[in-house]
Structure formats: C-alpha cells, structure tokens
Design a protein around this ligand. Structure first.
Ligand code: ADP
Ligand code: NI
Length: 232
C-alpha cells in the first residue's frame, strides 16, 4: 500500500491529533491572545454552535476551528499567501484533500479585519467558525485578550482625548488609533450585531452586556480619579 493510501486510511481521530500538533507548532510564536487556548475555546464554541444548528459535518468544523488562525499574517508566516500554502499542504498531506477547499475558504474569510474577502461567503461552515471566533473576542475573555493585545503593541489602555465617557462627545475612532478602549468601539461592541447564527447571537448578548458593564465601571473609576486630582 502506498504512503498516500495509508494516509487516506487514517481515521478522523488521528487527523484531528495531527492537526492539533501542526497548529501548536505554528502558534508557538503568537501573542498569548492568539495562543493555543484561543484555538481550544474556538473549537469548543464552534462545535457547540454546530451541534445546536446542525450546519456542517462536525469533523470539518473541528479541523477548520483548529486551523482558523494558522495563516494570520500579523503573527505567523511572512505573508498570508505563504500561510495558505502551508495549510493546504498540511491538509493534503494528512489525507484530507477532499475538505481542503472548504477549510481554506473559511481561513481566507473568517477574519473581522480581512479586507480581501473572496470565495464563498455564503457558507454555513464559515458562519459557524466566524461566530465562534467573534464570541471569543467579546465578554470577559474578549476584554482580557484586548488588553493583552494592547500591551503587546504597547498601546495605551485609554486616551480620553479620542474617546470620552460622555456619549455626546464620543467620537468613533478609525482603526489603529490610540487605545484599547477605542478598540471596543472599533470592533468589540459591533460584534454582537454581526453574528450569523441564532445560537451565537444568544451567547453574544450576555458577553456584549458585560462589555457595557465593564466600560461603565471603567469610566466611573477614571472620572473619579480626575475629580480627586481637580479638587486638590
Ligand atoms: P481577527 O483575526 O478575528 O480579525 P485579530 O487578529 O484582529 O482578530 O485580533 C485578535 C484579538 O486581538 C482579538 O481579541 C481582538 O479583539 C484583539 N485586538 C485586535 N486589534 C486590537 C487592538 N488594536 N487593540 C486591542 N485589542 C485588539
Ligand atoms: Ni481566532
């Protein structure tokens, strides 16, 4: 039996294990907001959403969730195209050629920030993975990841000149400006409205409310410290 045939005979569990090690190897240089535990959470969320909604084959969901960040140009390969090649090479060598196109289509389109979306955007597999990835960017974990990323980039936690707790003067900053708090307005507070599935919308509600509670408390504490300074 040829090596190719041998690989085809591997069962799905082996393929999942192989994908886990490929991803762990690939992620080792990532920041901690994009680490293995992000992948693990997205896998769980994606499998849960898919179980509730019955949109795709759970095996493909699991493989795609595992691989979804492997081509992120911010951290991984020197450029995104190279990242895609690396992934399709892995998928094909691991006897999963038949799902290669589907997996790659999701990886190319999953990112909130990805400007060059192309291919099939009307894909239930994409909806599931995208929702799972977006859910991990909001709620308590989303907040932790945002401040972690901000620290990694040496950004300020907050810049009151750009964004204020006073709704009347609140300015929605352009992407890439200033602080981690502004990232809430650039992205995090929008995610709840961009969920594809009903299950994710439900999960997003609670996480979104927590973002609002967090911001309220943040501004309360910030304004109090200003008040104390001014009263001296
Ligand atoms: P995606 O790949 O889903 O578009 P990113 O790779 O841009 O997401 O972001 C990964 C994580 O880092 C997310 O939790 C996101 O909210 C956070 N993040 C991205 N950009 C910023 C930023 N400018 N400030 C704070 N957090 C950020
Ligand atoms: Ni991700």
């Amino acid at each position: 039996m040829s090596i190719q045939q041998n690989l085809k005979e591997m069962n799905r569990n082996d393929q999942i294990l192989m994908t886990e090690s490929f991803v762990k190897q690939n992620l080792k240089d990532y920041d901690s907001g994009h680490d293995w535990w992000h992948i693990e959470r997205v896998r769980k969320l994606a499998l849960f959403i898919n179980e509730m909604e019955v949109l795709a084959d759970p095996f493909i969901v699991e493989i795609t969730a595992l691989l979804h960040d492997s081509a992120d140009s911010k951290f991984a390969a020197e450029n995104t195209e190279k990242g895609y090649l690396l992934i399709s090479d892995f998928v094909e060598k691991s006897g999963m050629s038949e799902i290669s196109d589907q997996v790659l289509n999701v990886i190319k389109n999953v990112s909130f920030s990805s400007k060059n979306k192309s291919g099939n955007l009307d894909d239930p597999l994409l909806w599931v993975i995208q929702d799972a990835d977006r859910l991990d960017a909001i709620g308590a974990i989303g907040i932790a990841r945002a401040f972690n990323y901000g620290g990694f980039r040496n950004n300020k936690i907050y810049n009151p000149d750009i964004i204020s707790s006073d709704e009347s003067v609140k300015e929605y900053p352009k992407s890439g400006t200033s602080s981690t708090i502004s990232h809430f307005y650039e992205k995090l507070l929008l995610l709840k409205y961009r969920m594809n599935t009903l299950t994710a919308k439900r999960l997003a509600d609670e996480r979104h409310d927590f973002l609002e509670v967090f911001l309220k408390q943040f501004y309360k504490e910030w304004d109090l410290s200003t008040g104390i300074r001014n009263s001296r």
